[in-house]
Design a protein around this ligand. Structure first.
Ligand SMILES: Cc1ncc(COP(=O)(O)O)c(C=O)c1O
Length: 356
C-alpha cells in the first residue's frame, strides 16, 4: 500500500486520551453528576419540537449570542460561540499560532494547550507552576511572555487539574504588563465566582473562554463561547466554517442559559461536597489534598497507580496522571452526587486501610 502523505509532524502529535468504559461511577472528566433540571428539560424539549430542521441555523446562533451578550452587558460582536470551549480555544491557538509564533501556557494545566499549540504549528512554551502548591509566579510568567515575544499567553482559572486559582489582581497584572493576546480559560469559574470578564473593557487584548459543559451539565451538547473585543472575535471568527454550530446544541444551550438560575443550588451543592470530600480525604494516611476552587479535587498519594487500578476494578473512573509533568502520583477526582462521593470516598478509604 502506498505511504499516505499526512501533514508533517502529525504522526508525532500526542492524542488526547479519552478511553472510556461503562463506569458505575464516573468522576474522571469533571462533568456534572446530574442531567438537566426537570424544568430546563421541559423547555429544551419544547424548543427542539419547534426547530426547522431544513434551515441552516442562523437565528438560533444570533439568539444565543444576544442572550449571552445581554447578560454581560457587552455587544453581540463581543461574543463568539463554538462547539465546546475546546473549539474556541483551538481556534484561538490557530489564529495566534503559525511559524515562529510562541504560545505561553502554564504547566500542569489543561493538556490540550500543548496539543493545540503544536497543531497550530506554533512554538509551545510551557511555564511551570510552583511545585509546592501549583501557585503561579506572576512576575516570572510575565517575563517569560515578554522575553519570548509571545503572540498568545494562557492562564486557566481555576486551573485544571490542580484546582487552584490566580487572583483577579494577578490576572490584571498579567494583562497590564503584556502586550500579546491573553486568554483566560474559565471553564470552571462558576465554582469559584471571581471572573475576569470585568477586566475585558479595560484590557482589549484579553479573551475569556467559557463553557456549558461543567457547571451547566451540558457536556453532551458541545457548547462554549468566548468574550473579547469585537476586533478579536472578528478575526477568530474567520477560522470557523459557515454554520459551524448545530441547531440542537444552540437551542439547548439557549434554554439552559435563560434558565441558569436553576443551576445555582447545584453549583452550591458541588461547592459544599467539594469541601466535604477535601475534609474527609485530608484525614487519609499519606494523602496530600490540594485545595480546590473547581468541581474536582487533586490529591497526591504514593500508591496512586495501584489505587487507580483498584478503583477501576470497582467500576469507579477517576483521572490518574501517572508521570505527567508536575503530577507524579496525582489523581483528580470530580465531585459527583453526594451518594457517589460517599461511595468513592469509602472505596479510597478501604484501599488506604488495606495498605496498613
Ligand atoms: C480547562 C478546560 N478548558 C476547556 C475545556 C473544554 O471543555 P469543553 O470543550 O467541553 O467546553 C476543559 C474540559 O475539560 C477544561 O478542563
Amino acid at each position: 500500500m502506498a505511504k499516505l502523505k499526512y501533514r508533517s509532524k502529525l504522526g508525532e502529535m500526542p492524542s488526547y486520551d479519552v478511553t472510556e468504559r461503562e463506569w458505575k461511577i464516573k468522576v474522571n472528566a469533571n462533568e456534572s453528576g446530574m442531567n438537566l433540571p426537570p424544568m430546563v428539560e421541559d423547555r429544551v424539549m419544547a424548543r427542539i419540537s419547534r426547530v426547522a430542521f431544513n434551515r441552516y441555523p442562523n437565528e438560533q446562533l444570533d439568539m444565543l449570542m444576544e442572550d449571552i451578550a445581554d447578560n454581560y452587558r457587552m455587544s453581540k460582536e463581543s461574543v463568539f460561540i463554538g462547539n465546546g470551549s475546546s473549539e474556541i480555544i483551538e481556534k484561538i491557538f490557530y489564529c495566534f499560532g503559525g511559524k515562529n509564533h510562541k504560545i505561553v501556557f502554564t504547566q500542569p494545566s489543561f493538556s490540550m494547550y500543548h496539543i493545540y499549540a503544536e497543531a497550530a504549528e506554533a512554538v509551545a512554551v510551557p511555564f511551570d507552576l510552583n511545585e509546592e502548591d501549583y501557585s503561579l509566579n506572576v512576575k516570572a510568567y510575565v517575563n517569560t511572555v515578554n522575553e519570548s515575544k509571545a503572540s498568545l499567553c494562557v492562564v486557566c482559572n481555576p486551573n485544571n487539574p490542580t484546582g487552584n486559582v490566580v487572583s483577579l489582581e494577578d490576572i490584571e497584572y498579567i494583562a497590564e504588563h503584556t502586550s500579546c493576546a491573553f486568554l483566560v480559560d474559565e471553564a470552571y469559574i462558576e465554582f469559584h465566582g471571581e471572573s475576569a470578564v470585568s477586566l475585558l473593557k479595560k484590557y482589549p487584548n484579553m479573551i475569556v473562554a467559557r463553557t456549558f459543559s461543567k457547571a451547566y451539565g451540558l457536556a453532551a451538547c458541545r457548547c462554549g463561547y468566548m468574550l473579547a473585543a469585537p476586533a478579536i472575535t472578528g478575526m477568530i471568527a474567520k477560522s470557523f466554517m459557515p454554520y459551524h454550530m448545530d441547531v440542537l446544541t444552540l437551542v439547548t444551550a439557549d434554554a439552559v442559559f435563560s434558565m441558569r438560575d436553576e443551576y445555582v443550588p447545584r453549583i452550591q451543592m458541588v461547592i459544599a461536597e467539594r469541601k466535604r470530600m477535601e475534609d474527609m480525604m485530608s484525614g487519609l494516611k499519606g494523602f496530600k489534598v490540594y485545595p480546590s476552587h473547581a468541581n474536582f479535587i487533586l490529591v497526591r498519594y504514593d500508591k496512586a497507580v495501584e489505587m487507580n487500578k483498584y478503583l477501576t476494578n470497582l467500576g469507579i473512573g477517576i483521572r490518574s496522571f501517572g508521570n505527567a509533568p508536575g503530577l507524579t502520583n496525582c489523581m483528580r477526582i470530580s465531585i459527583g452526587t453526594r451518594e457517589e462521593n460517599d461511595t468513592v470516598f469509602k472505596s479510597i478509604k478501604n484501599f488506604v486501610e488495606e495498605q496498613g
